[in-house]
Design a protein around this ligand. Sequence first.
Ligand code: H2U
Ligand code: ZN
Length: 349
Amino acid sequence: MAKFDLTSHPHKRFDPLRRQWILVSPHRTERPWQGQSEASSEDPLERYDPKCYLCPGNERASGVRNPPYTGTFAFDNDFAALQPDIPAGEIHEKELLVAKSESGTCRVVCFSPRHDLTLARMEVADIKRVVDVWAQEFSRLSNQPDIQSVQIFENRGAMMGCSNPHPHGQIWANQSVPDLLGQEIASFQEYFDRKRSGLLEDYLTIELESAERIVVSNDHFVVVVPFWAVWPFETMLLSRRRVACLSELDDQDRTALADVLHQLTVRYDNLFQTSFPYTMGFHQVTPECGNASGFSFHGHIFPPLLRSPTIRKFMVGYEMLASPQRDITPEAAADQLKQLSKVHYLSER
Ligand code: H2U
Ligand code: ZN
């Protein structure tokens, strides 16, 4: 029998943050596909769309009019999933019917007045303004007494449920810590208690030694396809200096964060020569979160595409019932991404 080999034999990999196993099936990438292809809508957009509810000066669905903003613009979500003033309450029936009131605030952040841009097509200086707004919003929201966690994210592209192509993201700030972040905090804590060091700091050291899974980097940040990636081209953004949240980044760090996001999103678009869909967000802890020893600020980028602009990975069947599964190995995905041009395919034309 041949020796166990990560590049050709089915195996499982452990995600130390979520503490779950991922089934990897590298031999399976050549299987034929006759299933669903998503329509790719690549009609070029106008710089301004009079019908867009996020463009400067336009009226939103709520009837409120946007100011004629020229940079970024943040506002309270008109259809917020969380609301600040709700009656506190709890239901506890025989340990099985359990519910609790949950308050919070939802914000929308427009990245640019230009309707036709995406992070991949924005200048680093303009992305830096987005990072600055994220940092301001994080700091303001996390300083509110009734807020324990601030989730910043972007749903990019219709395939990820994004409702409008105008470049924008969201921020949901909660009274309590959501489960996924809570699990990560517990993993960092457990690792720190055992090893007296940071889980992602130690992980970054390993990644820097081999460089095999590094996609892009600069002096402050490194983006890797994590060893335990679930989505085909999933990446994780790591800070070289350990910080707990965006508030701890200085001006240079924030420029570097904008730069690394630019490098990454350009490569993503170049992969299938399409405006690459993804959900991206940052995990960070607020001061109220307290004892999160060893926790490192980091980003997760989850793109759904598998092998073309129209064929996506489905998380169904085994994934919904047993465990996440992937075909292409994280190393092969990183290799594909790092070979791509750092110049956006549309600017080369
Ligand atoms: P998504 O594209 O990721 O769904 O984000 C758009 C958000 O913008 C969505 O949460 C909000 C929606 O509630 N929104 C407004 O607040 N006002 C509007 O006029 C339309 C959309
Ligand atoms: Zn617009």
